[in-house]
Design a protein around this ligand. Structure first.
Ligand code: PLP
Length: 409
């Protein structure tokens, strides 16, 4: 009998070893891993540069309280701000994506206190979008506009309003006197690999400017090279200047770390910067930004840059799209997403599905039997999130397994 709370409906696979894009189970079976910890193992399993960086730091200093200076944090923040984000700002380090989003939401609340509405009331409501996923803490769950995630946990934390994605009119209508920010994933991951359109993103930026709202991006799944660009939004509307951004997953390449960015932009005539609102005592985390986690993230970000993995992500996207399009397969109606955050839209009518399952889950199980690990995104989308350094041969092998599996249905 297991002593683990049964919160995960997980697969009967026990992973014991990983190397690059390969994962081995306890029976010695080898899989090609296009799940990669759900977009987490961004440079593959146990990349020597990552393993070495962790080992070296683990032998020097693993943990140090944020009461003291942590140079690895400073170094990582420089890379994130100057090389990746390229917008002046500051970083707070957390341990997970949900925590990073909570910090971002707290920043919006601080902003709502600093910039009240015309009736001198605090603004606190953040608009998020249907089918979004922002995490499982009380704050990030309330931001997540999916009833299945919130079910049984009422009452939700107040201060969120949900709108249909890519519907600018609905968004305009939802903005009120208490709205303080608009928060979105440039490409929704869990909700089905749904892309925000460039026009919508541009419209969001304009509305934020017009109504003095924070533009808040959740790049936890789509950021840091995954979409073929340093930032997810750059794959859609590169001119965007977000106020806050959250990351996790691929940042540590498998080592737990999250982060959120707050822009230094001036928010009033006195020269107050947005980032200065999160001042001493406003937020904290015992583990957040410890030397070990920062050393891991530094190794990952350096590898993404030096091996130009953004270019590889774009190249592999094109190879996958070209091949899958050429099949004209009756089970696939289209491909959504960018870079190596790809969703195959499944034709439910053409796919078998066991009782109580979904077509996407059914296909994932069949692929797993055939040696390819993937993950569903909603009931009818199959998601591919391989490591960003996936090779031509590995992509070709995955395509062969996918085609053979689909043909067998
Ligand atoms: N935001 C997005 C877009 C995610 O995909 C996830 C996780 O899937 C989260 C937030 C939550 O991250 P974590 O599981 O690290 O708390």
């Amino acid at each position: 009998m297991s002593h683990i709370l049964p919160t995960y409906a997980n697969f009967p696979l026990t992973a014991v070893r990983g190397e690059g894009a390969r994962l081995w189970d306890s029976d010695g079976k080898c899989y090609l891993d296009f799940c990669a910890g759900i977009a987490t193992c961004s440079i593959g399993h146990c990349h020597p540069k990552l393993s070495d960086a962790i080992a070296k730091q683990a032998k020097t200093l693993m943990h140090c309280s944020n009461l003291y200076q942590i140079p690895q944090q400073e170094e990582l923040a420089v890379v994130l701000v100057e090389e990746y984000t390229a917008i002046d700002g500051k970083i707070f380090f957390s341990n997970s994506g949900a925590e990073a989003n909570d910090g971002m939401i707290k920043t919006a609340r601080r902003f709502g206190h600093a910039h009240k509405n015309s009736s001198n009331e605090v603004r606190y409501e953040v608009i998020t979008f249907n089918r979004s996923f922002h995490g499982r803490t009380l704050g990030s769950m309330a931001a997540t506009a999916q009833s299945k995630i919130q079910q049984g946990f009422d009452p939700m934390l107040p201060g969120f309003r949900y709108v249909a994605l890519n519907d600018l009119d609905a968004l305009k209508a939802a903005i009120s006197e208490i709205t303080v920010g608009i928060m979105l994933e440039p490409i929704q991951g869990e909700g089905g690999v749904n892309e925000v359109t460039p026009d919508f993103l541009k419209g969001v930026a304009e509305l934020c400017e017009q109504h003095d709202l924070l533009l808040m991006l959740d790049e936890i799944q789509c950021g840091l090279g995954r979409t073929g660009t340093t930032m997810g939004w750059r794959a859609i509307y590169p001119d965007l200047k977000p106020d806050t951004i959250s990351w996790a997953k691929g940042l540590g390449g498998g080592f737990p770390i999250g982060a959120f960015f707050v822009s230094d932009r001036t928010i009033d005539d006195q020269g107050t910067s947005l980032s200065s609102l999160m001042d001493a005592g406003s937020h904290g985390s015992t583990y957040g930004g410890n030397p070990l986690a920062c050393a891991a993230a530094l190794a990952v970000l350096n590898e993404i840059k030096t091996s130009d993995l953004c270019t590889n992500a774009s190249l592999q996207e094109q190879r996958i799209r070209t091949e899958v399009d050429s099949w004209n397969h009756k089970t696939i109606t289209g491909i959504r997403g960018k870079g190596l955050l790809l969703g195959f839209a499944l034709n439910n009518a053409k796919l078998p599905c066991a009782d109580g399952s979904t077509p996407a889950l059914h296909l994932c199980k069949a692929l797993m039997d055939n040696g390819l690990l993937t993950v569903p995104a909603g009931p009818d989308t199959l998601r591919w999130l391989p490591p960003l350094n996936i090779t031509n041969d590995e992509v070709d092998e995955a395509l062969r397994i996918l085609k053979n599996t689909l043909d067998s249905f």
